[in-house]
Design a protein around this ligand. Structure first.
Ligand code: NIG
Ligand code: FE
Length: 414
């Protein structure tokens, strides 16, 4: 038995077991002098400190006085590529000088360059690197992270990546919850160049059966000159039939109809959406597919930010995530994500908090497990440095997390 109590907390949380849509994203519950009890990893009390029963407190082995500071749900980073071989700083410099992300990819660099490095890097090298990122993420308040494969593009390396991801959830001191996504459809590998349909056949025939049970989600880079709509639909149908939940990299570089396809297929989320059409926004608002926006990628690629306001004002559910990867966005910064969402995407601080907590959880189909501070949910909470949650974007790009509690255990104290 391990029980922990947090007293005199300014609790700030969205509530519910599903994504908050449209105007609901702006509504947070605030308990000014609150207390939270976490017993064996689950929240068993969340309410006014003065109503906390003495016997509940006496059962707690650890007591934290938040001294009026803000306590939020742990952040959910629902889109990352945190396992990868090598680095691509040269491409970053080429882009600074005007090269485009897609032209580098078409020359055989980009994702293929990380694929070459990942195929030769050992399981333990890949794991060590990912653990370095996990430690940084935890210190920024992340208690749930999604991690994608997609730098193998052959059966053996995709399986190696998913095994690394699985081990991260089991060891790494179990600091956070890790959700695995199979992204064999990240690019057409060199050996299939010009034969996209054959690669899709190969994934359906050989890869999907090989990774079944190793990932919850299946994702695809639906993009012009990568996997276009018909190939994407065919692949996603096969993945869905095999029991995977679906995600898409949609409308990232050009408007292609990825958002519409995600809605049609009942995908849990469609991600990026920098170039989503108005029709795509409307379809996602109808279907409830979560719009996962990744402002760090737009920032790093010098692209326009995704139309967060259009999504929210149309009644859609928006989540925010980092997209940490070695190419388009080599950052897993939660504080910078918050700043960009508020400054450039015109999201309110309340909407931003919802997008990084409950809606991030919904983007992983985990909204009844985490993403809010409510009795019955996992004990995933973050204590900030200050007493007013509106200070969050004001500290531009600075980490203001004091203590991180993940499944009832203190995993970071800055
Ligand atoms: O989300 N666009 C596709 N995938 C990643 C980038 C991966 C890479 O460049 O290595 C993204 O932006
Ligand atoms: Fe991505």
């Amino acid at each position: 038995m391990s029980n922990i109590v947090i007293r005199h907390a300014n609790i700030v949380t969205p509530v519910g077991n599903s994504a908050r849509r449209g105007k609901e994203m702006d509504m947070l519950t605030v308990i000014p002098d609150g207390a939270i009890v976490i017993s064996d990893g689950r929240i068993t009390y969340c309410g006014a400190d003065r109503n906390l029963k003495a016997e509940l407190v006496s059962e707690c082995h650890e007591s934290i006085d938040a001294c009026g500071r803000v306590v939020l749900p742990g952040f959910v980073d629902s889109h990352t590529h945190l396992v990868f071989g090598g680095y691509r700083p040269d491409e970053f410099e080429w882009r600074l000088k005007g090269d485009s992300y897609m032209s580098i990819m078409e020359r055989g660099g980009g994702i293929q360059s990380t694929v070459n490095a990942t195929r030769v890097e050992s399981y333990s090298e890949l794991k060590k690197k990912a653990e370095w990122f996990i430690d940084r993420m935890v210190s920024m308040g992340v208690t749930t992270v999604e991690a994608k494969s997609g730098y193998g593009l052959d059966v053996a390396t995709e399986v190696k990546m998913l095994d690394v991801i699985d081990s991260l959830s089991k060891d790494a001191d179990r600091k956070l919850r890790v959700v695995a996504t199979f992204l064999g459809a990240h690019a057409v590998p060199q050996e299939y160049k010009g034969r996209t349909a054959e690669y899709v056949d190969f994934m359906i025939r050989e890869m999907i059966p090989a990774v079944k049970g190793k990932a919850v989600f299946c994702d695809i880079f639906t993009e012009k000159n990568v996997f276009e709509i018909d190939d994407s639909r065919r692949f996603l149908q096969a993945a869905r039939e095999a029991g995977f939940k679906l995600k898409l990299h949609a409308d990232e570089i050009v408007t292609l109809g990825g958002a519409e396809l995600a809605s049609e297929m009942g995908a849990v989320s469609a991600d990026h959406l920098l170039h989503v059409s108005d029709q795509g926004v409307a379809r996602m608002a109808e279907s409830g597919t979560v719009a996962t926006l990744l402002p760090l990628t737009a920032f790093a690629l010098r692209e326009p930010f995704a139309p967060a306001r259009k999504f929210i004002d149309s009644g859609a559910a928006v989540a925010l995530a980092t997209d940490l990867n070695p190419g388009s966005c080599f950052s897993g910064s939660i504080p910078l994500t918050i700043a960009l969402a508020c400054i450039y995407m015109k999201m309110s601080v309340e909407e931003t908090i919802t997008a990084l907590t409950l809606n991030g959880a919904a983007a992983l189909d985990l909204a009844s497990e985490t993403g809010s501070i409510e009795v019955g949910k996992s004990g995933d909470v973050v204590i900030l440095e200050f007493e007013n949650y509106r200070m969050l974007p004001y500290y531009v790009g600075m980490n203001c997390v004091n203590t991180v509690i993940s499944r009832g255990r203190i995993v970071a104290h800055n």
